[in-house]
Design a protein around this ligand. Structure first.
Ligand code: PLP
Length: 476
């Protein structure tokens, strides 16, 4: 009989004895000795009758921990797995003989330094997440859900959620006539697209400076990367035009709305040139529209995917709701929908149904839009507060910065050693990312990325003078 490893409530002497013996077995005490102390000794130790001990032993035999022989001596059952028995970490693992096909260089694991003040990558201020509204909507969604939603479902996502998300994307970004595949965030979306579009040895273009986790996807699949430079109008499409004259590329991955990390928006003209280059040269555009919900000054420029059939629109709820939700999507030309569904099914069958049911239910409710509008207003206040401070520093510190129409970060050229500033601030419990974190090739790093979304006005008021001070003291 296999052991059932029950959880004991220490109510009776018999249970105490059972727990004592199981603990000894699990600590490896009896692996070699095997024989358990006699019932007489146990009765003495626990100051109880032998009958109580015998009852405990019978129970342990019934559960598969012990077995008894003809002479009624109890020993550890042969069915207790060695691994389980040896939970005392006495095992020696030994050296393995495997060789992995891992790739280098790879981006370092993002540091989880928890600082007093964090200018982070543009993560939402989760302190303001309306947990009560969300909980209510989740509860309502789950109450109404059918058993059919709880089994394996369509790889491209639950219909109710796809419909809600599609409507949201139509209203906010004009995305229409495309099919939606729900993914575990945009990271998985780009992974699936790369799988579909590229073979090892193929080339894709990405921005430098850029988003390291996406570079890791390309490298992990043996895809070569052509890095293309940026200027005040965004990605240099001329450089791409020159490159494709001689080389074949499979895709261009870019963040055209608020470029990551520089925040610059790709100009209207360049969007058009890139679209026609893609159609003419048969490459795909992977448009990562990661923070489209937050724009402050103007209506954001239209997405490339509204103009170009070769473009895949990738979006995520990590900024508008929360990153742990792991919900994102690809809006694709219908012709690629089957292939993407197949790849999604191969990778992980489908995205978590409960998360989709919950958010679909919330999106049906007004409080979802109320949350987005509220967060946009709050981030806008923080944005203007930061811009005003930077304006004041502009001449006194001789810095430069752009004023993006939206997003959750401002990119500042300190004209000094940004790594030194970042290191100095870290010593004072302030986290701010320097340019070198987003560069794939060595270069002098002078920029800092002010991700302002997670700092409220009084925190900004407190921390900005310290940052100003650190910039002032840094070397040119
Ligand atoms: C450029 C970029 N794309 C996408 C995302 C969101 O990724 P995910 O949806 O996988 O959480 C982020 C988050 O920081 C990002 O910076």
């Amino acid at each position: 009989m296999k052991p059932r490893y029950p959880i004991f409530r220490l109510k009776t002497k018999s249970k105490i004895i059972q727990k004592y013996i199981i603990d000894l077995i699990q600590s490896g005490h009896y692996v070699e000795v095997e024989t358990i102390p006699s019932t007489r000794d146990l009765a003495k130790k626990f100051r109880c009758s032998r009958l109580t001990v015998l009852n405990s032993m019978r129970e342990l035999v019934r559960e598969g921990w012990l077995e008894s022989n003809e002479r009624k001596r109890y020993r550890v059952s042969k069915d207790v797995p060695l691994l389980f028995v040896d939970s005392s970490q006495k095992q020696i693992l030994g050296n393995h003989t495997l060789k992995l096909s891992s790739f280098k260089p790879r981006s370092p694991e993002p540091e989880q330094v928890r600082c007093g003040f964090e200018f982070n990558a543009g993560n939402p201020d989760l302190r303001l997440f309306p947990m009560e509204d969300f909980r209510r909507a989740v509860g309502a969604g789950l109450k109404k859900t059918f058993a059919a939603n709880l089994t394996y479902g369509e790889p491209n996502g639950i219909k109710a959620f796809r419909e809600q998300y599609q409507e949201h994307l139509l209203k906010s970004r004009g995305i229409a006539k495309r099919e939606l595949l729900i993914t575990n965030g945009s990271q998985e979306a780009v992974f699936l697209l790369t799988r579909m579009l590229c073979q090892p040895g193929d080339t894709v273009v990405m921005e430098e400076l850029g988003y390291p986790p996406i570079r890791d996807i390309f490298q992990s699949m043996g895809v070569k990367i052509k890095y293309v430079t940026l200027d005040s109008e965004g990605l240099s499409v001329l450089e791409i035009a020159e490159y494709v004259k001689k080389h074949r590329i499979k895709a261009v991955y870019l963040t055209p709305l608020h470029q990551y990390p520089t925040t610059v928006a790709l100009s209207f003209q360049r969007r058009q040139i890139l679209s026609s280059l893609a159609l003419k040269n048969h490459f795909a555009i992977i448009e990562d529209d990661f923070d489209y919900d937050f724009h402050y000054t103007k209506i954001p420029p239209p997405s490339i995917s509204t103009q170009c059939a070769n473009s895949f629109y990738v979006c995520s709820m990590s900024k508008s709701l929360f990153p742990g939700l792991r919900l994102g999507a690809i809006a694709t030309h219908p012709n690629f929908s089957d292939e993407l569904s197949f790849l999604k099914r191969t990778l992980n069958r489908q995205t978590n149904s409960l998360a989709q049911i919950a958010v679909a239910s919330w999106m049906r409710n007004d409080t979802f839009l109320v949350h987005l509008r509220r967060m946009r207003r709050i981030y806008q206040e923080r944005y203007y507060f930061l811009i005003e401070a930077l304006q004041r520093w502009k001449d006194s510190l001789n810095i430069e910065f752009n004023t993006p129409n939206g997003g959750l970060c401002v990119w500042v050229d300190t004209r000094r050693d940004a790594d030194e500033i970042s290191r100095e601030l870290l010593k004072r419990n302030i986290k701010i990312s320097a340019e070198s974190e987003f560069r794939f090739h060595g270069h002098r790093s002078t920029h800092l990325r002010f991700g302002f979304s997670s700092l409220n006005l009084s925190e900004l008021k407190e921390v900005l003078p310290r940052v100003e001070n650190a910039i002032r003291k840094a070397k040119y």
